[in-house]
Design a protein around this ligand. Structure first.
Ligand SMILES: NC(=O)c1ccc[n+]([C@@H]2O[C@H](COP(=O)([O-])OP(=O)(O)OC[C@H]3O[C@@H](n4cnc5c(N)ncnc54)[C@H](OP(=O)(O)O)[C@@H]3O)[C@@H](O)[C@H]2O)c1
Length: 374
């Protein structure tokens, strides 16, 4: 596969300003990297607000200029000499989580978050190496973030389209969180809220892992859709009153685990106490959202019931490998077969339309993608 001299990409030059469509010199595969021909890239529902309507979030953002987009699928177009197995032509999942090779605790998200520390910021600031995302015809990616896919199984066997695949990068976050609390097949997990872009993906993953999921939320239509599309899903519309919510959750018997996926717009999870109360002795909880406030939990009860609660940011490399196997074996469904509606075919020139379309449905079940010719 020969590389063109230039490629086109959308660029965020300043938050709150229109994106620029730019032509740039195609990168080469420096040691430790591959150059990927992007085939399909996800447009997050939150991008319109994050990129075009809001000021820069000083706590959680990437320094412009950068190419947005952090979930994609593509084909290896060039690969550095130090790659052990990656081959030109191979189909790969691209996700945006970058870790320092010399310090895995230095962490940043391509196109989204420059990280909290000077060492994390170095990963995306230095030479602009890993700052850019995937709304582009080509991208350079560290070898360890190019995840080989079984194309025969996914496209040939299961009949998925390229645009069904990028959402796996959302599933990976949930899979990492569930593995961090050792969720097992047959267990019962409460997920709340369950109807968001990331949290709905978590309901899919919990079910694919064989758990029974109690999907919790306010949007009755979205809850119904989750239950109709995904096996082993029960739904609960919470009231916001801890006692009432505890009663509603108790109808399912002892709860093994919970996942809290509270969005950044809330100060604190209104249902967390009910989740914690409903846990069985030695139950586990995982916090994966980003509310900006503090938590309040019944201290003595947490001790008396030996409850474990932990946070989970992104995932470990083995989580991504394991998750891809769940999809390749058909346990985790993608695209239409998962109950989602995938609107693809947007070109970079149609970015306003694509971003607007994604913004229309801030709820699980709608995926919008840019498509690129092979
Ligand atoms: N841990 C990690 O590594 C990681 C990675 C990626 C993202 N995140 C974080 O995960 C969080 C959730 O992401 P998302 O994409 O799922 O968010 P989202 O698509 O914006 O969904 C938000 C969810 O919260 C619900 N909600 C909003 N206000 C509520 C309220 N007052 N009471 C009850 N429910 C309410 C919404 O339900 P309604 O439909 O009822 O409004 C919806 O289900 C974000 O904060 C994101 O930053 C964490």
């Amino acid at each position: 596969m020969s590389l063109p001299a230039t490629y086109r990409a959308l660029v965020c030059r300043e938050y709150g300003q229109p994106l620029a469509l730019e032509t740039r010199p195609t990168p080469n595969a420096v040691p430790g990297s591959a150059v990927i021909k992007v085939l399909s890239a996800l447009v997050d529902p939150s991008e319109k607000h994050r990129l075009l309507m809001a000021k820069r979030n000083v706590h959680f953002s990437q320094q412009p200029p950068f190419i947005p987009g952090n979930c994609a699928v593509g084909r290896v177009a060039a690969v550095a000499n130090d790659a052990a197995t990656l081959q030109v032509g191979q189909l790969v999942l691209l996700e945006g989580f970058i870790r320092g090779r010399d310090d895995p605790n230095a962490q940043a998200l391509r196109a989204v978050y420059e990280g909290p520390s000077p060492s994390a910021k170095r990963l995306t600031h230095q030479d602009d190496l890993w700052r850019d995302g995937y709304w582009a015809e080509y991208t350079r990616a560290p070898l360890e973030t190019c995840w080989p896919l079984d194309e025969k199984a996914l496209i040939g066997g299961l009949g998925y389209k390229m645009s069904d695949i990028p959402y796996l990068a959302k599933h990976a976050i949930a899979y990492g969180a569930f593995r961090s609390i050792d969720l097992k097949a047959g267990e019962t997990i409460v997920i709340g809220p369950a109807t968001g872009n990331h949290s709905g993906a978590a309901v899919q993953v919990a079910s694919a892992m064989g758990a029974r999921t109690i999907a919790v939320g306010r949007n009755l239509n979205a809850l119904r859709r989750l239950a109709e599309s995904i096996p082993r899903v029960e739904t609960v519309a919470l009231t916001g009153n801890t006692g009432e919510d505890f009663k509603l959750l108790s109808q399912f018997g002892p709860i093994d685990a919970f996942m809290d996926y509270t969005p950044a717009g809330l100060e604190t999870p209104p249902y967390l106490k009910a989740f914690a109360l409903s846990l069985k002795p030695y139950g586990r909880g995982v916090l994966t959202g980003f509310p900006h406030g503090d938590l309040s939990l019944p201290y003595a009860l947490m001790i008396a019931k030996n409850i474990t609660i932990r946070g989970s940011f992104m995932y470990q490399p083995e989580d991504v490998r394991g998750l891809i196997k769940l999809a390749e074996r058909g346990l985790l469904k993608l695209g239409k077969s998962s109950g989602a509606e995938v609107t693809d075919g947007f070109t970079l020139d149609q970015h306003d339309e694509a971003i607007g379309k994604a913004h229309e449905h801030q709820v699980w079940g709608t995926q919008v993608n840019f498509e690129f010719k092979e």
